[in-house]
Design a protein around this ligand. Structure first.
Ligand code: ACO
Length: 378
């Protein structure tokens, strides 16, 4: 078969078929298995959407309870991993996501995860559920310096995460629901870099731990997992500078980008930003009014700056406001995103394994010409 030249970054290339979800940038919506994702976040629980992604359907009440009871048993970190977490968390300058990558690797070895080629589909699904269930406990323990606090099986996964983090009781039901809604909106979003990375590693027959550490590694890059906390830094700076319009104009004049605005796929509104703005307004944190005022000024400034291009608010801007209002520290923003995206990653991993073909593209060699002897061999 001849070679096909594709654009840098594989932009616009369809690399696989999937039944898990898709992003429609033109129409400004995205879905999970055909269900509008922001509607799911408005109406459903985290566990119900997790069921949809892993089992393929939204559960009836009985199935939902049964699923929640099953996955509740999978939250605890194995003893041998627990004893090693303080070492992973010992350097406070190591980002939480890098710590999480190491911790996930330890979990995989501790639980004896092996090549999915040796596992039945049921065993693969069980491991996938285990990964999702354990991730919040890992994040909470690492955030606490590698020391795990006791969880509570009577709580939902999100409540249990907050309990392990410390201070679940200090949060209102509205704050907890807001965090749950944020997490549901970030479960899956098309063929992004970390999802693709997970599928590439899975395609080799590697174990689930290998696929997930690759995905976490991809997400840790600032061009992907981003830094939603940068939107908060910007709001802090604007608040102390006092003059939003001037602050933004200075940034644009300096050729800098305004964090939380613009998107590769959405040319208009990012539906996640619209949804999370409403969530933030309901929470009514001190930050919300400032964020609303500043958003208006930024949108007007960007429209003047680039009249040829729609630069709208993206998910990161309002995600930061919601997570802060829900009581999460900025360093936990991307790890929290990792918890929910693990559902998307594992759904893709299961799908890849169910219909596998080794992903092995070619490259276009542009280096020095091969020497004569070698050239003759071609
Ligand atoms: N502020 C100012 N100018 C911008 C912004 C912005 N936020 N976003 C795009 N532009 C301008 C660029 O300067 C560029 O101008 P040029 O053509 O003169 O070079 C033009 O719009 C196109 O920019 P691209 O980067 O080519 O557009 P793309 O759609 O690929 O970029 C991206 C999307 C990376 C998100 C960009 O809008 C950006 O950098 N935004 C700020 C960072 C941010 O919010 N990241 C989080 C994204 S959401 C997510 O990933 C989950």
């Amino acid at each position: 078969m001849g070679s096909i030249q594709v654009p840098p970054g594989l932009e616009g290339v369809i690399a696989a078929q999937t039944s898990i979800g898709a992003v429609n940038g033109q129409q400004g919506f995205y879905h999970y298995r055909g269900y509008n994702a922001v509607e799911l976040a408005g109406e459903r629980s985290y566990e119900e959407v997790w069921h949809l992604m892993h089992r393929g359907n939204l559960p009836e009440r009985g199935d939902a309870l049964e699923f929640a009871a099953q996955v509740r048993e999978l939250r605890e970190i194995p003893e041998d991993v627990l004893s090693l977490l303080p070492a992973i968390a010992s350097n406070p300058s190591t980002p939480l996501l890098a710590q999480l990558r190491s911790a996930m690797s330890l979990v995989a070895t501790s639980l004896g995860w092996s090549s999915w080629l040796d596992l039945s589909p049921q065993e693969q699904a069980q491991q996938a559920a285990h990964a999702v269930a354990i991730m919040p406990a890992l994040v909470a323990a690492l955030a606490n310096g590698g020391v795990a606090k006791a969880g509570d099986k009577s709580l939902s996964l999100i409540e249990d995460f907050l309990q392990r983090l410390g201070g679940q009781a200090d949060r209102t039901p509205e704050q907890i629901r807001a965090l749950e809604q944020y997490l549901i909106t970030t479960i899956d979003h098309g063929f992004n870099a970390s999802t693709f990375a997970a599928r590439v590693v899975t395609s080799t027959g590697a174990d689930l731990g290998a696929s997930l550490t690759a995905a976490i590694g991809a997400l840790s890059g600032p061009l992907h997992g981003g830094a939603p906390s940068l939107a908060l830094t910007m709001l802090d700076e604007i608040e102390s500078a006092g003059r939003a319009e001037q602050w933004i104009q200075n940034k644009l004049d300096a050729g800098q980008r305004i964090m939380g605005f613009g998107h590769r796929v959405y040319r208009g509104t990012d539906p996640r930003a619209d949804f999370l703005r409403e969530v933030a307004i309901k929470l009514d944190s001190q930050r919300t009014q400032l964020a609303l005022d500043v958003e208006e000024v930024i949108l007007a400034s960007l429209a003047r700056h680039r009249p040829d291009r729609v630069l709208a608010t993206n998910v990161e801007y309002w995600a930061a406001v919601v997570m802060e209002a829900a009581g999460l520290a900025p360093e936990l923003f991307t790890p929290a995103f990792t918890m929910s995206r693990t559902i998307g990653w594992t759904a893709h991993i299961l799908e890849q394994a169910a219909n596998n073909k080794l992903i092995r593209p070619s490259s276009d060699y542009v280096g020095a010409a091969p020497n004569r002897a070698m050239a003759q061999a071609f």
